[in-house]
Design a protein around this ligand. Structure first.
Ligand code: F6R
Length: 235
């Protein structure tokens, strides 16, 4: 595991964007695993800047996102599909049909989970998976529990995660309680993993990088992967 500390969120974002950009330059038909949340927004902005400078071509890239809220369809501005369009996809030349997220509005969620799992397996896993991390150590929405999930599944979000997610919702909007997420096994299929975290995640990053490998700190499983880079911003 490579561990990098940066002095600022801007520096973290630039490093992460450079890694994503290098992946696309080296393998133009990359499968990029993407994350939502506040942390990757700066990296996506830098990727868009690189694209606008003419450095990147996404016409052959495919993306698979980690997760999506149950009950929200893609027109809902709180959905992760909406987030990805607004923060990245609408600003680069990626084909919409090459961007994949679970369908949180699917009638049969079990079928949707197995469809999404098979899709990712069909791609052979992501070439590079970008991850954020929850304060409780969740990656994707794999919340702390007593086992590691193998495949895509529906997770009941913990109170602390619902509380953290609620900051992005307006008063009166219902914050989803469940999400479809890649399982730990799905995430671990990625050839390379990049975990980024702001200064508020210092304690959980310490446990992730140096602590015991336990599903009670889901991100700690990354110690078992052969190609992981963790970037933590000190400030
Ligand atoms: C988002 C995701 C989550 C977030 C995590 C951190 O797709 O899978 O694991 O990465 O909740 O969120 P932020 O970056 O908002 O602190």
């Amino acid at each position: 595991m490579r561990f990098i500390e940066t002095d600022s969120y801007g520096e973290l974002s630039l490093l992460a964007a450079n890694m994503l950009s290098a992946q696309v330059i080296l393998k133009p038909d990359s499968i990029l695993g993407l994350a939502t949340g506040s942390t990757p927004i700066g990296a996506y902005e830098q990727v868009i800047e690189n694209y606008n400078r003419g450095l990147l071509d996404f016409s052959e890239v495919k993306t698979v996102n980690l997760d999506e809220y149950v009950g929200l369809d893609e027109r809902n501005r709180q959905s992760y599909r909406y987030f990805m369009s607004k923060n990245l996809f609408d600003h680069i030349n990626i084909k919409k049909e090459n961007t994949y997220l679970p369908n949180g509005a699917a009638e049969n969620l079990d079928e949707e989970c197995s469809r999404y799992q098979k899709l990712i397996e069909g791609f052979g896993g992501a070439d590079l998976q970008l991850l954020g991390i929850g304060r409780n150590g969740h990656i994707g929405f794999n919340e702390p529990t007593d086992y590691f999930s193998r495949e895509v599944y529906v997770e009941k979000l913990t109170e602390s995660t619902i509380e953290a997610n609620s900051r992005l919702f307006d008063a009166g909007e219902t914050v989803p309680t469940h999400a479809i997420t890649m399982g730990i096994g799905t995430i671990m299929r990625a050839k390379k993993i990049l975990l980024i975290a702001g200064a508020d995640k210092k304690d959980i990053i310490e446990k992730t990088v140096n602590g015991k490998i336990t599903p009670l700190v889901p991100a700690s499983v990354l110690q078992l992967h052969s190609d992981v880079t963790v970037i933590l911003s000190k400030n």
